[in-house]
Design a protein around this ligand. Structure first.
Ligand code: URA
Ligand code: SF4
Length: 227
């Protein structure tokens, strides 16, 4: 196995979350599909009120790789599936270029309900608050514990900082593998929507190339683990 670049422990969570009766239900639900069903009724933060539905993670339960984004967007909110809008299309394209089959990976978000603000007639994605990320964490932890992925890939700072700590800088540490109790290998790269926000075509192209290069490194790590 190649050496790990750094060692980081995930941030500690407050113990009172464990007293929540919903937590007990989560703990006694063994399957990912069971968890998804349970999450349909989650009201642990206010985001459910303005969203269409819970967007739970999706993928084969035997996937060895888990990708974690931030929060569902407008298209995901309507479809009830993660990464099916413009950022999802870019992710699909980059995965294909890196030789990773999306149908073989599990894709989810740090926060499961769409968070938005109105701009004209459009619903514009809004970054989730720290309290919302914490409230939604039991679902992410449950997904990780049921899937037991070999590799976790955080897409963007929200997922990376939730899993690897507030000091983790994607710009500095993208593509590095980190030792963690969450999975044998945890890494982070940019969020695909950062590519969409690139100021011009040349910058977009460059961002995409770097994103694909990170994913290729991940593909290599997956193959090194015999998958
Ligand atoms: N952005 C995310 O972080 N997740 C999605 O599912 C879609 C867009
Ligand atoms: Fe529950 Fe997460 Fe939705 Fe908040 S965002 S209501 S914690 S599923």
């Amino acid at each position: 196995m190649p050496p790990r670049d750094r060692e980081i422990q995930p941030p500690k969570r407050s113990p009172d979350q464990l007293n929540d009766p919903a937590q007990k239900k989560i703990a006694t639900t063994p399957s990912l599909t069971g968890l998804a069903k349970l999450a349909e009724n989650c009201k642990a933060c206010d985001l459910w009120k303005r969203a269409t539905q819970t967007v739970f993670g999706e993928g084969r339960p035997d996937s060895k790789v888990m990708f974690i984004g931030e929060v569902p967007g407008d298209r995901e909110d309507r479809a009830g599936k993660p990464f099916v809008g413009p950022a999802g299309n870019l992710l699909d394209q980059a995965l294909a270029e890196a030789g990773i089959d999306r149908s073989m990976v599990y894709v989810t978000n740090a926060v499961k309900h769409f968070n938005w603000e109105e701009r004209g007639k459009r619903r514009i994605h809004k970054k989730p608050r720290a309290t919302e990320i914490v409230a939604c964490r039991p679902w992410l932890d449950a997904e990780i514990s049921r899937l037991k992925p070999d590799v976790i890939v955080c897409l963007g700072a929200t997922a990376a900082q939730a899993l690897l700590g507030k000091d983790f800088r994607v710009t500095k540490h993208r593509g590095e593998f980190v030792e963690s109790s969450l999975a044998p290998r945890v890494t982070a790269t940019i969020h695909p929507s950062a590519i969409l926000r690139a100021p011009d075509e040349a910058a977009r192209h460059e961002e995409m190339e770097r994103f694909v290069a990170d994913l290729k490194k991940i593909a290599k790590a997956i193959r090194a683990r015999g998958h």
